[in-house]
Write a protein that binds this ligand. Structure first.
Ligand code: AKB
Length: 315
C-alpha cells in the first residue's frame, strides 16, 4: 500500500528531522508537514499546512483533504515550559492527542506515532536502568500528561484496534534544529555556546546524569518502530529506549578534548534542576531491543565529535 504521512507539529526539534527522513523514504509528495506556524524557510515543492491541533474541525478537514495512512503527532509543550503554563501544557498535550485519536478512528486512519518521554518516571521510579514497568509517579505536568497519554494510546489500541506506536524519548541532541522548553536542552545549547563563545553556564548541576540520544539514532529508531511488523509490537503504551547517559561535567570534559579552551560553569537554583532530579539517570530498553531490534549507534565520544564537526561546517 502506498503510504501518505501527515506530521503534526513538524517545525519542532524532532519533527523537522523526521520530516526530512520520511520525505527521503516516501517522497516529498507523500509527506505533509503541519504546525501552528508556517516555517520561515519552506522549500519549494514541499507540502505544508498551518494547523492548530486543538482545532478539531480544522484538523478533520486537513485529514479529509489528504487522506493520510499514517499520522505523526509531535505537537507538545515540553517539561520546562509546561511548568510555566501547566493548564496550557495539559490542554495541548492531552486534547491534541485525544483529537487525533478520535479523528483517526472516525476517518479510518490506522497507524499513528505519538512520542512519550522519560518524564513519565518520577521520584519513586528506580534511578538506574529504569525499567519498562516500574513505579511511575511523574511530578511535572509534562510527565503527568505523557503518562496519561500512554494510557490513552494503549486503551485506543486495545479497545478500537488503532495501530499506535510510541517511544519514551530521552533528551534528543541535534545540530540542525534547536530544542525548545525542555529540561535536557542544555546538552544541545552547550555545543552552540562552546563554538560561539568558548564557554557555557549549565542550568543543571555538574553531577546530574540524564538519558540522552543523538538525533540520527532517534530518527532511525522511530522509523524502525513504525516499520516493524505489528505482531512484534508488544507494548502499546510506549517503549523505553536508551542511547547515552551522561552528566554536564562529563559532556564538558568530552568537548574539552576537541576544544581545549572550553570553560564550563554552573548556575544554581534553576527550576529545571528539580525536574531533572525526578528523572532517571539511565534506561533499560530491553523490550525495544527484543521486540523490534532497537540499537543505538552513538556513544558520548562519537556524538560529541559529530556535533562539533557539523556545527563547524554548517552553522
Ligand atoms: C524535555 O526535557 O522536556 C524533553 C524530554 C526529555 O521529553 N527533552
Amino acid at each position: 500500500m502506498k503510504e501518505r504521512i501527515i506530521i503534526i507539529g513538524a517545525n519542532g526539534q524532532i519533527g523537522s528531522e523526521l520530516a526530512m527522513a520520511l520525505r527521503q523514504k516516501f517522497g516529498d509528495e507523500n509527506v505533509i508537514t503541519s504546525d501552528i506556524r508556517k516555517p520561515d524557510d519552506l522549500k519549494e515543492g514541499l507540502i505544508f499546512e498551518s494547523i492548530n491541533v486543538l482545532d478539531k474541525d480544522a484538523l478533520r478537514s486537513l485529514l479529509i483533504k489528504y487522506e493520510p495512512t499514517q499520522i505523526y503527532l509531535l505537537a507538545a509543550m515540553l517539561s520546562a515550559t509546561g511548568e510555566q503554563y501547566p493548564q496550557k501544557a495539559w490542554d495541548l498535550n492531552m486534547n491534541g492527542l485525544l483529537n487525533v485519536l478520535d479523528l483517526a478512528l472516525d476517518l479510518g486512519i490506522k497507524k499513528i506515532f505519538w512520542p512519550s518521554s522519560i518524564a513519565v518516571f518520577g521520584p519513586h521510579s528506580p534511578k538506574v536502568n529504569t525499567g519498562q514497568y516500574c513505579i511511575m509517579d511523574p511530578s511535572s505536568i509534562y510527565g503527568i500528561s505523557k503518562l496519561a497519554g500512554e494510557r490513552l494510546c494503549e486503551y485506543y489500541h486495545n479497545k478500537y484496534g488503532l495501530d499506535i506506536r510510541s517511544i519514551r524519548y530521552p533528551g534528543i541532541i541535534s545540530w540542525k534544529t534547536s530544542p525548545g522548553g525542555g529540561t535536557t536542552d542544555y546538552a544541545v545549547h552547550i555545543f552552540f555556546e562552546a563554538l560561539k563563545h568558548g564557554k557555557y553556564a549549565s542550568f543543571l548541576s555538574a553531577e546530574t546524569e540524564l538519558p540522552m540520544l543523538y538525533m540520527e539514532d532517534a530518527v532511525r529508531g522511530t522509523i524502525e518502530l513504525m516499520d516493524a511488523p505489528a505482531e512484534k509490537i508488544t507494548i502499546r503504551s510506549s517503549y523505553n529506549i536508551a542511547g547515552i547517559s551522561f552528566t554536564p561535567a562529563q559532556i564538558a570534559e568530552e568537548i574539552k578534548k576537541i576544544l581545549p579552551n572550553f570553560e564550563m560553569s554552573y548556575v544554581d537554583d534553576d527550576p529545571r534542576q528539580a525536574i531533572a532530579n525526578s528523572w532517571p539517570a539511565s534506561i533499560d530498553d530491553s523490550y525495544a531491543r527484543n521486540d523490534w531490534g532497537w540499537q543505538p549507534t552513538y556513544d558520548l565520544e562519537g556524538m560529541t565529535k559529530n556535533m562539533i564537526e557539523n556545527l563547524k561546517t554548517h552553522v
